[in-house]
Design a protein around this ligand. Structure first.
Ligand SMILES: Nc1ncnc2c1ncn2[C@@H]1O[C@H](COP(=O)(O)OP(=O)(O)OP(=O)(O)O)[C@@H](O)[C@H]1O
Length: 341
């Protein structure tokens, strides 16, 4: 449905040229939710804006629904853009229009008759759960409600593709969750293809089928979300995964931890990834090395059918040195956080 082929984009400022995208290629299949994650300045916004040619690439092709946008005239492009809707971090609603009139706006531009507009808008407001707010103005809505209006407006022209530019970044975690659920249900009900950009692994984990990681304008890694979570290759994606796991040393341990093995039992942080062998670390430590592992803290997450997470263990008794060597061997990210008495 969306194809970027060897897309590059440069910005020229007074005294330098910024390479925002370098030779980016990606394919989003019909009905898929595809997420692009990257840190600030990595090129996410530029990438998503290249899909509807809000930014025109210097090189490469952009193909949406089998039409090569990069070859179209301005008039043809205007027509094709109707298939490509977009929502933004700051909603971009028209403050002088009611909720109903915001959603009606693209249909009015199309010159649709009033009765058709009314039926369509009411249906969309029901879809996003805002029928009761039809007469309210944006200023009287919460952030989540504003994004729901923006989503309804984006769907007014029956697009084939929805582009989401950090659509939940301005929202609190609970509202983010509800907007992501809405996007997922729209994706399923309407078979709408969604391309989103985000800096939060949580968004990727919650709704995306596939993910690409962008770093300094280049795609560092891409694939199915499950595969990337379980077998991340690049350091940058490992960092994103770790940042989505919030396991830290509990406050009561922080003062008690020493740096020397003489200070007591090692505290070890281990990243476990969804197979039985890895998750049975505690049994293995006991059976192989007589270690009694105390769980200090833990977080397990599920991506599809696979689990991954972090375990923070205090290793007691048994053969500590051999156990540590075993963990280092078997768990690439095993890390000793300190020692406790
Ligand atoms: N219009 C522009 N003119 C000049 N440089 C630009 C322009 N737009 C983006 N850039 C530069 O291109 C690079 C990529 O920017 P982009 O906004 O795509 O990154 P991003 O990953 O979306 O960042 P953020 O998450 O902070 O929005 C940055 O170095 C940015 O400063």
């Amino acid at each position: 449905m969306i194809e970027l082929i060897n897309v590059s984009k440069r910005f020229k400022t007074k005294n330098k040229t910024i390479q925002a995208l370098s030779d980016v290629s990606l394919t989003v299949d019909k009905g898929e939710i595809f997420g692009v994650i990257g840190t600030s300045g990595a090129g996410k916004s530029t990438l998503i804006r290249c899909v509807n040619l809000l930014e025109r690439p210097n090189e490469g092709q952009v193909i949406v629904d089998n039409v090569e946008l990069t070859k179209l005239s301005a008039a043809q492009l205007t027509l094709e853009r109707r298939k490509i809707a977009m929502i933004f971090q700051h909603f971009n609603l028209l403050s002088s229009r009611t909720v109903f009139d915001n959603v009606a706006f693209p249909l009015e531009l199309e010159g649709k008759p009033k009765s058709e507009i009314s039926e369509k808008v009411n249906g969309l407001l029901e879809l996003v759960g805002l029928s009761e707010k039809a007469k309210d103005y944006p200023a009287n809505l919460s952030g989540g409600q504003k994004q729901r209006v923006a989503i309804a407006r984006a769907l007014a022209n029956d697009p084939k593709v929805l582009l989401c530019d950090e659509a939940t970044s301005a929202l609190d975690p609970a509202t983010t969750k509800s907007i992501l659920q809405l996007l997922k249900s729209i994706n399923q009900k309407l078979n709408l293809t969604i391309l989103l950009i985000t800096h939060e692994m949580e968004v990727i984990k919650t709704i995306c089928d596939k993910v690409a990681v962008i770093d300094h304008g280049q795609l560092a890694e891409q694939g199915k979300v499950e595969q990337i979570f379980i077998h991340p290759e690049k350091e940058i994606i490992k960092g994103f995964i770790q940042s989505s796991l919030n396991v830290g040393l509990p406050a009561i341990y922080q003062d008690a931890v020493g740096n020397d093995s003489k200070d007591g039992n090692p505290l070890v942080k281990i990243l476990v990834r969804g197979n039985d062998e890895q998750s049975s670390v505690i049994i293995n430590l006991y059976e192989k090395f007589d270690i009694k592992a105390k769980i200090i803290s833990a977080q397990l997450e599920y991506v599809g059918h696979l689990s991954f997470g972090v375990l923070l263990l205090e290793l007691k008794e048994g053969n500590i040195n051999e156990a540590l060597a075993y963990l280092e061997n078997e768990y690439a990210n095993a890390e000793i956080l300190g020692y406790v008495g």
